[in-house]
Design a protein around this ligand. Structure first.
Ligand code: ZN
Ligand code: ZN
Length: 293
């Protein structure tokens, strides 16, 4: 059996004709038998595709011809992890609801936070101690099973909620502190860190390569704690067997890092549930009154 892989990648750079790039990428993926999801905007590309190893290698080579310097993260999986191929043009490659505010040039996002390698993250914390604030750049739900130690977790359901959350004044006391933003692979913080700087945060950093790269480097022996939520059928990954379990079942409080969809078709909220509660049909709901009945 041919070996297969999943590629994760993004690149911020100005694209004069996103539609032409979309058509080229769709043809390329179809000809290589890749499946997955690719978003293209006038600010760049954001994708996850899976397929045979040889096809992935060829995709990487071709895509680098236009997106020079783009970095690919390779992970286990294949085309079968995706229902189909979807290549689309959007206003934004990450939906912050701020397409007009984001500015990019050939080097990437303009005015974003300083990139820190995983080792530099630890150095900053060693030097500045408790002054340093980790700021979670993901949906709050993702942080329930894993986050940087002591992190601030904003109250957001989707990335669209970040701007009202920042504008609420709740985090104004952090504006003169060293703030390290982090997210799964780094893309959300490219934008979030720029939005924060635009709103008066004076010392903003971002973890280069995100939690994925930090976890690869330090496993469970650095400043990261717990599991990493991922948006594919694996649901979460751990950096070794000794990962702390931070999540708790919403019904019985037992430790768990498994999310279950609320049974109410109109809700579908993902909530943490232990194996025993998830196996009890009348408990497969998110806890809201409407969903319980
Ligand atoms: Zn339970
Ligand atoms: Zn529900």
């Amino acid at each position: 059996m041919a070996q297969s892989k999943i590629l994760l990648y993004y690149k911020f750079q100005p694209i004069a004709d996103p539609k032409a790039i979309m058509l080229w990428q769709r043809d390329l993926c179809e000809s290589l038998g890749l499946r997955g999801r690719i978003l293209i905007s006038e600010h760049g590309i954001n994708g996850t595709v899976g397929g045979d190893m040889a096809a992935c290698k060829r995709y990487v080579r071709k895509t680098k011809e236009y997106f020079s310097g783009i970095e690919f993260k390779w992970s286990e999986g294949g085309a079968e992890d995706f229902p189909k191929l979807s290549v689309k043009v959007r206003n934004e490659i990450v939906a912050f609801g701020a397409p007009g505010e984001l500015k990019v040039d050939a080097e990437g996002v303009i005015g974003g936070g300083v990139h820190l390698s995983p080792a530099e993250v630890n150095e900053l914390v060693a030097e500045r101690g408790d002054e340093v604030v980790f700021f979670d750049g993901r949906n709050a739900m993702e942080a329930q099973i894993g986050r940087f130690k002591g992190a601030v977790v904003p109250d957001v359901r989707t990335t669209h909620d970040f701007i009202p959350e920042l504008d609420s004044g709740k985090y104004d006391h952090l504006k003169d502190k060293p703030v390290i933003t982090y997210c799964t692979g780094g893309i959300r913080c490219e934008i979030l860190s720029a939005l924060m700087i635009n709103r008066g945060f004076t010392e903003v950093y971002q973890v280069d390569g995100g939690i994925v790269r930090y976890g690869e480097k330090f496993g469970n022996h650095g400043l990261w704690e717990g599991s990493l939520y991922v948006f594919d059928r694996r649901m979460h990954v751990e950096f070794g067997d000794d990962a702390a379990q931070l999540g708790h079942c919403i019904h019985c409080n037992a430790p768990t890092n498994t999310f279950v969809n609320c049974d109410n078709g109109e809700c579908r909220e993902q909530v943490l549930m232990c194996e025993s509660c998830a196996g009890t049909p009348e408990l497969v709901h998110c806890g809201n009154d409407a969903c319980q009945s």
